[in-house]
Design a protein around this ligand. Structure first.
Ligand code: NAG
Ligand code: NAG
Ligand code: NAG
Ligand code: NAG
Length: 796
């Protein structure tokens, strides 16, 4: 049914719609009216009477009334006029909601005859509602990676109006990324879609806020808006990027562990885990690398001690990886700076522990020095103590040899402790010390040396055999066998001396032993050489003189030489009766085989026929008359003279003298043995006197010379010769006669005794033939040397 809509509610014009008359004929007519919604209540919808072609008043008479389907009264019928009025304002959206067309059905009931007329009221829409979004804002999360052209459906806006009054178009606030297209859905509603025109970049614009406007088709159109918030979802489109592609660091090699080397830093524009960077060593060679990196902070620190000498440069590649797996790299160039942390090292390649003495320049040690440090830290100087006879000689490169500067003397110094000091030039200086000990080995270059060049040993005579009489000692400054000394007796130059039977020597310690009992009277002194030989090869030796002096013991009693005691006819002295007192009768001559004090003799008169007639001079044995002789004195006198030495204990001998007092002095009284002896002498007394006088003069001269010489010798000799000087020999008793040494009487000695002691011819004659027969064992030389005997006698 095409009806012309009412242009305005106020016109009250009822649009009469074409009525289908065929319905009327079947008894049920239908009429339809149309009017816009929201028309004011009381507005005229139509005049039913007119439309039904009824007279005015017929409606009333026939009891016309309106019947609704529901019980709500919508319309009001004015029976009198037949006008159908709106009972109240009608809202299409309430009555019909989205149903279109919106038709309200009602019936007009007539009685007499009953007639039911079907009628519709169609409410037409007016644009009385605006589009309305259900949400105040919409949130869209769009990954930034989304490609252009991608469509994102948006929620639609509601509009209670229908048809063209419903939402017709959507627009979006101007922006550079999106536009909106409006699509029709099957139910005729429009819905918006957001189309991406330009790629999003979270890093530039993480969020967009757009205003979506919905427009309906009313005139004028109504609109509703909402906000579309677009959150750009991050995707991992940015790799981490280091601030520097290369980091250059210098680090001293002695940096402590865990010290910070450098902190690297990488940036990732992404957000969240995509922007979270983890650092790691890229090489992955974490076992060998001395560095460790903090995964979070990017701080590289030292894990292991560095060694410039081992590695000078490290190129460490660091990777920074974000949560999305993208990574960036950088290189850390680490230069290890040398620090003088290495002391020089010394390597001994050859070392001899001992050097023979006296050898020329010898290489003792060869060594090399090294210092792993570089530059000044690695330059080295080698030294030894400067007071040693050694030199350090550089050979080649870092090799040195230690050589002796001169030949060494073990006896001077047997060993050297050498400290080789190697110092480098770094700061601080580091040094290494190496101690070596060089021993000087012995060479037999020193002969044994006796402690004295000559030894004088005293042995008391009559010693027991095998008596230790003294020692010689020699030292050898060499070492070991070179210093082991063996002592020996050297063969005497005179093969006649039976040295081997006299002494022996202990070869080990130099002790000397007398092998036999020595007899001073037989052998006063002897000397020999001892040798000391070391055991070196070749052996060296030296010798010393040993002089053995036999000390006297009083083992010899005085021996009376004159007068003879065992003569068959005793020697008789003749004394003239006219002799003055003090007349020299005779002289008792005695000797003592001992020496020194043991040979100091004294004489005394032991027994006499006539006491007081004769006296004996104690010190020289002269027998003289003590008074004038008288006739009463018996012609024959017998005297016993005791000769005593000064030994301890003293030994003595006695002698008997026979004196014949005569009135004259004549030869015939001489006894027979003397006559025999006198036969060889000149008979003439004058000649005898001459000889005696001559001898006296010459002997006096000889005495003077000897005395002079002796005095000179004694003065010059001083203490050294004291032992040999009779003057210095201590007090010599005046009454004694020293006849020491006569055990080996020499001719000269006898001669002197004879001259000194006698003035009478008888004595002279008696003396001459009487030679004691002492064993002549000492050497001639020894006797000659023994001036003591002579000198002491002379001074007496
Ligand atoms: C919707 O609005 C846009 C811009 O306002 C316009 O260009 C377009 O033609 C409109 N579409 C319709 C179907 O009216
Ligand atoms: C060398 O050193 C050793 C041991 O320290 C020591 O016994 C010796 O006396 C020293 N020698 C010298 C000559 O200094
Ligand atoms: C080397 O010897 C010196 C002096 O005897 C001593 O002070 C030092 O400690 C020694 N050095 C070594 C390494 O033995
Ligand atoms: C006297 O004695 C000595 C030694 O006692 C002896 O040599 C000498 O022959 C003896 N003379 C006489 C005559 O018996």
């Amino acid at each position: 049914m095409e009806t012309a809509p009412a242009k305005t509610l106020q016109k009250r014009q009822v649009i009469f719609l074409a009525i289908l008359l065929f319905l009327w004929e079947t008894g049920s007519e239908e009429i339809r009216y149309s009017m816009p919604e929201e028309t004011e209540s009381g507005s005229l919808v139509a005049n039913l009477a007119k439309d039904l072609d009824l007279r005015v008043g017929e409606l009333a008479t026939r009891g016309a009334r309106i019947h609704y389907k529901g019980n709500k009264q919508l319309l009001q019928l004015d029976i009198t006029t037949g006008n159908l009025l709106l009972y109240e304002k009608l809202d299409r959206e309430v009555l019909c909601r989205a149903t279109d067309p919106c038709i309200l059905h009602f019936q007009l009931l007539l009685e007499n005859p009953v007639q039911i007329i079907q009628a519709d009221l169609q409410l037409t829409d007016i644009n009385d509602h605006s589009p309305e979004f259900l949400e105040r804002d919409m949130l869209l999360k769009i990954p930034e990676s989304v490609q252009t052209g991608t469509v994102f459906p948006l929620k639609i806006a509601q509009d209670f109006d229908i048809g063209s009054n419903a939402v017709q178009n959507y627009t979006i606030s101007p922006n550079s990324h999106f536009h909106v297209v409006t699509h029709h859905r099957g139910d005729g509603r429009k819905y918006p879609e957001l189309v991406l025109d330009k790629a999003l970049d979270r890093e530039k614009q993480p969020e967009l806020s757009l205003t979506l406007t919905a427009l309906d088709g009313g005139a004028p159109p109504r609109s509703g808006t909402t906000t579309v918030r677009i959150e750009v979802v991050d995707i991992n489109d940015n790799a981490p990027e280091f601030l520097q592609s290369v980091y250059e660091v210098q680090i001293p090699e002695n940096s402590p562990l865990n010290s910070l080397v450098v902190a690297v830093s990488a940036r990732d524009l992404d957000a969240g885990t995509y922007g979270k960077v983890a650092y790691a060593l890229f090489q992955g060679d974490e076992v060998t690398q001395p560095f460790v990196i903090n995964e979070i902070t990017g701080e590289i620190s030292l894990k292991r001690a560095l060694d410039f000498e081992a590695t000078r440069f490290y190129n460490v590649e660091i990777a920074a990886t974000d949560g999305g797996g993208l990574s960036g790299k950088c290189t850390v160039a680490i230069e290890v700076v040398d620090v003088n942390d290495n002391a020089p090292e010394l390597t001994m390649s050859r070392l001899i522990s001992s050097v023979p003495e006296n050898s020329p320049e010898t290489v003792v040690a060869v060594f090399s020095v090294s210092d792993p440090d570089s530059g000044e830290n690695g330059k080295m100087v080698s030294t030894i103590q400067n007071d040693l006879p050694f030199l350090l000689k550089p050979t080649f490169k870092n090799f040195y040899s230690l050589v002796t500067e001169r030949s060494l003397d073990r006896e001077e110094r047997a060993g050297y402790n050498i400290t080789i000091t190697v110092t480098d030039m770094g700061t601080p200086r580091l040094k290494t010390e190496h101690n070596i000990t060089v021993l000087v080995s012995d060479v037999n270059d020193n002969a044994p040396t006796f402690t004295q060049t000559s030894y004088t040993l005293w042995v008391r005579e009559n010693n027991s055999p095998a008596l230790h009489i003294g020692s010689v000692s020699a030292t050898d400054t060499d070492a070991g066998a070179n210093a082991q000394v063996t002592y020996s007796l050297l063969p005497p130059p005179d093969p006649l001396v039976p040295l081997a039977s006299l002494v022996s020597i202990n070869p080990d310690n130099g002790h000397l032993f007398a092998l036999t009992s020595l007899d001073y009277e037989a052998l006063r002194a002897f000397e020999f050489h001892v040798g000391a030989t070391d055991r070196g090869s070749p052996a060296l030796s030296s010798q010393a003189l040993v002089r053995v002096l036999v000390a006297d013991a009083n083992d010899n009693a005085p021996f009376v030489l004159y007068p003879l005691q065992n003569a068959s006819a005793p020697c008789t002295e003749l004394v003239p009766r006219a002799a003055e007192p003090g007349y020299l009768v005779t002289k008792v001559v005695a000797v003592d085989g001992d020496a020194g004090q043991n040979a100091w003799l004294s004489y005394q008169l032991l027994k006499a026929t006539e006491p007081g007639l004769f006296g004996v001079w104690a010190h020289n044995g002269e027998v003289r008359t003590a008074r004038l002789l008288s006739e009463r004195d018996a012609p024959k006198q017998r005297l016993v003279v005791l000769v005593k030495d000064n030994g301890e204990p003293p030994l003595s001998a006695s002698v008997t003298l026979h004196v014949l007092l005569v009135d004259g002095f004549s030869q015939p009284y001489l006894p027979a043995p003397e006559a025999e002896a006198a036969a060889a002498a000149p008979a003439d007394p004058l000649t005898v006197y001459l000889v005696v006088a001559l001898a006296s003069v010459s002997s006096l001269f000889l005495f003077s010379v000897l005395v002079f010489v002796a005095v000179r010798l004694c003065r010059r000799g001083g203490a050294a010769s004291a032992g040999r000087c009779p003057v210095a020999e201590g007090h010599f008793p005046g009454h004694l006669v020293d006849v020491s040494g006569t055990g080996t009487l020499a001719q000269s000695y006898q001669y002197e005794v004879g001259l000194r002691g006698s003035t009478g011819t008888g004595e002279f004659k008696c003396l001459k033939p009487i030679l004691p027969t002492f064993p002549l064992q000492g050497t001639v030389r020894e006797i000659k040397e023994n001036s003591t005997v002579r000198s002491s006698f002379l001074f007496n």
